[in-house]
Write a protein that binds this ligand. Structure first.
Ligand code: ACO
Length: 335
């Protein structure tokens, strides 16, 4: 394939999503840990989340891709690349991208998984955009998918109320009209956050053993308060930074599309940007924190509901384990 010398943007040309049927509401958590609907609602904004009972992350991703293909024409053999943002792959290897590639018959695609926790979708979207801008690739599937229930300790009230399972996908393609598509991104990571949010075992440092299981090291550990403070600052600062760098005022922005970890983090980010609640995409109440899936889930739901229109300026923003965080500025190009 030839490298393009013509300036092009990368843009989202199709969306799809999957959420499992099983719902765990706040009342359920009242029955398994010492908590209350009132505490969860006021501290997080979450009312319910979806749980996948059978299957792994690739199952949800494939269902999301089927949803995309139902609504947008796409021949799987035309897909060049599959990038999967996830921290809950079916297995360490082969990659979830390989499993998806086979299941959807993307015979001409290559692909890989990308680990950036709650910022995974943004990291993957920017990676896809760079591949598109290089001119080498034309159709890239960017999947955000996580089965958080597989690494959640349902005896730990600090964490179990937060997470849910879901998958969502976007198709990224070139667009010649530079008024549309992905226009800027600012991405960061800072490993000094490594001790506040992690899953200790299962990797090469602490392979699975009786000790790791007994110590519950195969579950998410989070120092919620410390992460909360870092997330408020990280998400608000980077969202403001990308606005300023692109000379955008709050009036120029149709929607803030924030990672859905905690309603209070979302509110703090919107406040810093001077954006009112009606211009913030929210679905945390119904799905909780689905890690890499939250942002494309928001995009898909708002698009399907007819709330997103061509020309809308969006700021996508996230913060997650690592720490990882960032923001992407794009202009929506789908009718
Ligand atoms: N029900 C009732 N009480 C609870 C619960 C619960 N489910 N969980 C904690 N508490 C208690 C705590 O024990 C504590 O009690 P104490 O004061 O007697 O010690 C009290 O509530 C306050 O606890 P905090 O941790 O201070 O609560 P906070 O207001 O910080 O909310 C939360 C906790 C929701 C986890 C918040 O800190 C948060 O959202 N953190 C950031 C999450 C995030 O953004 N993570 C990054 C993405 S995730 C990823 O990348 C995988």
């Amino acid at each position: 394939m030839q490298k393009s010398h013509k300036p092009i943007n990368a843009t989202i040309t199709a969306v799809g999503m999957y959420v499992p049927e099983k719902i765990l509401d706040n009342k359920y958590f009242e029955s398994i840990v010492d908590t209350s609907d009132e505490w969860i609602t006021t501290r997080t904004g979450i009312k319910e989340r979806r749980i996948l009972e059978n299957g792994g992350t690739s199952f949800m991703a494939v269902e999301a891709i089927k949803d995309l293909m139902k609504n947008f024409p796409l021949n799987p053999e035309e897909i060049d690349l599959i990038i999967v943002a996830t921290i809950t792959p079916d297995m360490f290897f082969p990659s979830t991208a390989c499993l998806i590639q086979e299941k959807i018959g993307a015979k001409n695609a290559w692909g890989f998984d990308l680990s950036a926790a709650c910022s995974g979708f943004l990291f993957a979207l920017q990676t896809a955009a760079s591949f598109i801008e290089s001119g080498r690739y034309k159709k890239i599937l960017v999947v955000g998918a996580d089965k958080m229930s597989s690494i959640t300790d349902y005896t730990d009230r600090n964490n179990c109320i937060l997470f849910g399972d879901a998958a969502s996908v976007v198709l990224v393609e070139p667009i010649e009209d530079l008024n549309y598509g992905i226009k800027d991104s600012i991405l960061y990571c800072d490993g000094s956050g490594k001790d506040t949010l992690y899953m200790k075992a299962g990797g090469s440092l602490f392979p699975a053993s009786q000790e790791t299981v007994a110590n519950r090291w195969h579950y998410i550990y989070q120092d919620g308060k410390t992460v909360f403070k870092a997330a408020v600052k990280g998400m608000a600062d980077v969202s403001y930074e990308i606005m300023k760098r692109n000379n955008l005022t709050s009036d120029d922005i149709a929607y803030l599309v924030p990672h859905q970890a905690n309603m209070r983090i979302i509110d703090a980010t919107a406040e810093r940007m001077g954006i009112s609640r009606d211009k913030v995409m929210i679905n945390i109440d119904r799905y909780g924190n689905t890690t890499a899936a939250t942002i494309p889930l928001c995009l898909t739901e708002y698009y399907k509901a007819g709330k997103l229109k061509k020309g809308d300026n969006l700021i996508l923003s996230a913060f997650g384990a690592g720490y990882t965080w960032g923001a992407i500025y794009l202009t929506w190009s789908l009718d």
